[in-house]
Design a binder for this molecule. Structure first.
Ligand code: PEP
Ligand code: MG
Length: 595
């Protein structure tokens, strides 16, 4: 049950953030911000001690029951693999230092339960911070998670787990960790809003792949919104309305109906080929984090997986998944998607893809640090395990391998040599491997663009990761809401970079794909085809949108306009020209976007 809230927020309070995923969600807020729990210490009389201790014990017991319930109700295989986290939390609840000491403090210091518990938590956190062992030190987050849950039970404020929600909610979070997402009951969480993030931060990408509305980069939303507050997310415009008046509520209900209706209309495009009126045929593929997203890609008319982000497999397991575990996952992906290919990207950790197990948090500048393929080439045993698993799985269906964040020819050569060695090892062990496993590089760094012509000689395909390429090209942090306004896919530098990459691929006769978020934006689709992309890979929900545009367009007519865009000087100029042109060509499509 969601606790009722005392509302002291003015009706129709408007917050404006960054639109991360389209659609409209109307529901009550479900706060997932641990730092929001603010305990107030208060002195109590001797006569109150017993009641405070009883309240504390009740809160601990309520927490224990909640954790057990979450554990038992997890039927999802992906979740089941991660239940060990809940076991750790249950063990913490039995910790004498945490529980016994709080009870003692209430009596000895004559302070209320939340104050005493807060002191104990603080002490325990400090103790953890001084531990030398990095792994143990990071278990502090488990103490925080348990502490938060007990505290909310003490307040009588139900902070429901994301697996155990009674009704549909909008999640309000500072940011969402992969763990939060894993726990999420996807039928109940109908929208996200977050303090941090930009359009291509991982929370945003995730919301789009779940097909739920999201607004990110709201900066202070978690400090404004109390749990249970009615709110509206307008993912189309990037706005959030708190405590809506009945008039606003009705207006948005109408908008939502219209939006949902138009979305359903898109279904007709799912089974149709991705081809323009003048015969340009493209491979439209899906980006996934987990194998269980493949049926959605197929349902939305995707012809393969253009990006399987494998780091999520590593984020959620107790340690890195074993070769056999990875093999089973990749084989499953290949079998489900055949005859279309699955492009497996090797581990891309670092930057905003933080994996606690890998101790990456010491870097001053992780986005430029030991990220992606740099990490793999250093941690060769992890790399070997992953490549062995992919090669073994390649025997069961068409797989492709893609290396992230390549910045030079030497790097890709090292990867290929390593891959060859592993292939030989497997063959020597008598393990079957596909004859040909295409190898590609992600074009994500300015250096890769500048030497695209050299890289093209080394690989079978390119896949442009615009989320990173734009970040590195324009020197703006993709997850930083303060510089989000500078994140401009239509910056002349970006357009020219894309054009250069396509030309290099065409000259070498290799395929060129795009798997950054830009690939799924209707506004850019014709420009990308005119530039020469053969494949666009995106969140599955966008596939039918791009098909709709393609099936009503002639690239031969659009080409001269695309050439003009490449001559323009500013992002603003290009964007305005493109928007004007696309609205003129597809008035109904783009007016739909702006209901
Ligand atoms: C990209 O950078 O565009 C990309 C697809 O990779 P990721 O978003 O996982 O960094
Ligand atoms: Mg990237």
């Amino acid at each position: 049950m969601m606790a009722s809230v005392k509302i002291d927020i003015a009706e129709d309070t408007l917050l404006v953030g960054i639109s991360a995923s389209p659609g409209i969600a109307i529901a009550k807020a479900h706060l997932v911000n641990r730092s929001q729990v603010c305990a107030i210490e208060r002195r109590i009389g001797e006569s109150e001690v017993e009641a405070e201790i009883a309240a504390f014990r009740d809160a601990v017991e309520a927490t224990r029951i909640q954790l057990q319930q979450i554990k038992q109700s997890s039927v999802d295989q992906v979740l089941t693999d991660h239940l060990y986290i809940l076991d750790t939390h249950l063990l913490i609840l039995e910790d004498q230092m945490l529980i016994g000491e709080t009870v003692t403090l209430i009596g000895s210091e004559l302070i209320n339960a939340e104050g005493a518990f807060n002191r104990t938590l603080r002490k325990l956190r400090q103790a953890f911070e001084t531990i030398d062992d990095q792994y143990l030190r990071e278990r502090k987050s488990d103490i925080d998670a348990v502490g938060d849950r007990v505290m909310r039970n003490l307040f009588g404020e139900t902070r429901e787990s994301l697996t155990n929600l009674d009704s549909q909610v909008v999640v309000v979070a500072h940011d969402l960790s992969p763990g939060d997402t894993l726990q999420m009951d996807k039928s109940k969480v109908i929208g996200f809003v977050t303090d941090v993030g930009g359009r291509t931060s991982h929370t945003a990408i995730l919301a789009r792949s779940m097909g739920i509305p999201a607004v990110v980069g709201l900066e202070t939303v978690t400090s404004i919104v109390p749990n249970g507050l009615p709110m509206i997310i307008d993912g189309l415009s990037g706005s959030v309305i708190l405590n809506p008046s009945s008039e606003t509520f009705r207006e948005y209900l109408e908008k939502k109906k219209q939006y949902d209706y138009l979305e359903r209309e898109l279904d007709v495009y799912c089974p149709l080929p991705a081809v323009t009126l003048d015969g340009y045929r493209l491979a439209l593929r899906g980006n996934i984090d987990f194998v269980d997203e493949i049926p959605v890609v197929i349902e939305r008319g995707g012809e393969g997986i253009g990006l399987f982000r494998t780091e999520f497999l590593f984020m959620s397991a107790e340690g890195p998944p074993s070769e056999d575990q990875q093999f089973a996952i990749y084989r499953d992906a290949a079998l489900q998607m055949a005859p279309h290919p699955v492009t497996i990207r090797t581990l891309d950790v670092g930057g905003d893809k933080f994996v606690p197990e890998f101790n990456l948090d010491d870097e001053t500048n992780p986005v430029m640090g030991l990220r992606a393929v740099r990490f793999s080439l250093k941690e060769v045993s992890l790399f070997r395990t992953q490549l062995r698993a992919i090669l073994r799985a390649s025997y069961f269906g068409p797989l492709r391998i893609m290396f992230p964040m390549i910045s030079g020819v030497a790097e890709i050569r090292s990867c290929k040599q390593f891959l060859d060695r592993i292939r030989q090892e497997l063959v020597a062990e008598g393990i079957p491997v596909a004859e040909k496993v295409p190898v590609g590089v992600m074009i994500e760094t300015p250096s890769a663009v500048l030497i695209a012509e050299l890289l093209a000689k080394e690989v079978d395909f390119f896949s442009v990761g615009t989320n990173d390429l734009i970040q590195y090209c324009l020197a703006i942090d993709r997850a930083n809401e303060h510089v989000a306004y500078l994140y401009e896919p239509m910056h002349p530098a970006v357009l020219r970079a894309l054009s250069q990459v396509c030309k290099a691929a065409a000259a070498a006769g290799i395929e060129v794909a795009m798997c950054g978020e830009m690939a799924g934006e209707q506004m850019y689709s014709l420009v990308l085809i005119a530039l020469g992309f053969n494949e666009l890979s995106m969140n599955p929900a966008s596939i039918s949108r791009i098909k709709r545009i393609m099936r009503q367009a002639r690239i031969s007519e659009f080409q001269p306009f695309a050439d003009q865009l490449l001559q323009m000087a500013t992002a603003d100029e290009i964007s305005r020209a493109l928007e004007g042109e696309m609205h003129r060509r597809f008035p109904s499509v783009f007016s739909l976007e702006q209901i």
